[in-house]
Design a protein around this ligand. Sequence first.
Ligand SMILES: [Zn+2]
Length: 440
Amino acid sequence: MALRQFLRRETALEGRPIFLQGGRLPLFRGVAQPEGSDFVCGWCRESVLAENILPRQLWDLTLGCFRCAGRSVFPNRPVGSPLGRNVGTPFPRTRVVVRTSPIELSSGVVYSSVACADAREKELARLAAPLRDLPSRSLAGPRVLLELVERARMAFRPLIDSDSHPGAGRSARRDPHRQRFLVERVQASAQSFPHAIDIPAIIELDLVVELAQAWATHPSWRTRIKTLRDPGELSHGILEMAAASFLIAIGNDVGPQAPQERHRTADLECVISAADVLSLEVKVPRRHQWPTARSLTHDEAVAVVNRALGSAGTGPGGQLEPGTSGLLVVGGYHVPLDEAALLRDVAKECLTQEHSHISAAMVVGLATHSAGEAVDGLVQVPAGRGMGCAIIHLVALNPFYTGPIILRARESPDDLRDLPSFGEQRQLLPGGPAWEESGR
Ligand SMILES: [Zn+2]
């Protein structure tokens, strides 16, 4: 028998679309989807108002009970929480009497008020902006660089103003702190402008500041910024934000995973529908936190991927535990395209039957593309050369994956295709049109 949950009573008009029972039948019924809960009137605690409904399938609706005339609510989506890409046509603010059969919700499709869907669209647009509207600023003079340092200070004030955090996080004590390093490089570039400027550092700091400003509106930011004092946490946190913003920019709905009761929380979740949620765990190997001159060998790549798979907790109770579809993100800074391709190819070899719940491994590299020469420890770029930030993303599908989520290929959107690293790539996470239209 399905689990019964009691809806919250509505005690004053709260402005949600209203659905009134015209008889004893439920107002909503989930079909062709995993078993959900029956939601019962919060007043009489007897009438089932919505039957077989999954968590986060209905949002921001008021349901009226035929039996007792009381009104109960499905609450609004918490700010910052993904809604899912498979959202049915939202209900306008209105009043409907359902007389005959229940409104059927199939395959985890999400229904919400127009206000709820619009609010998430606005959040997604803000989070995607750093990677969708790639900032292009002209380096007219050292003032631009000093302004960038000031913007970084505003966005990361607790980090830059405080001393290094004693190593309690992901990194060893001696690891340098990437944020302070970038600020120092940009300051040095301002002093030696225009003879030698560190273009990769400038572009990276600019992107990081844009990401921080976009994610500062998320409720998790206050907690997050405190952990970023640790060098390893910073490298991880920035890549996590970049990966999430990137996935959103190409049409997914991604957010930090809310704390779970019984197991460790994955870094991110990609919500396709209420039935299909992909947990994403981001690993940034130490080797890929700083550029190294020596290129990655095959054996090193195997070690990197296996360590990432091992620490991603693919066993019971782990971040990517069995029973939930997962995706491993191996991230890095300044990962050349050939190394990213090597990591992807090696991931195909490392994914085995024991990872049958891991849908894929994705290599995400934050890179800058610019041609330059090293001058006194800084990089000089001839005037007029193209430069900008690039995100490399390569996906290795797991042939042993047995979960329900079908990752499908999709061309990168136009606004990303112009970047050199995007030339032949295809998008492999579901995006674009609603998931239910893919003939599942
Ligand atoms: Zn009732």
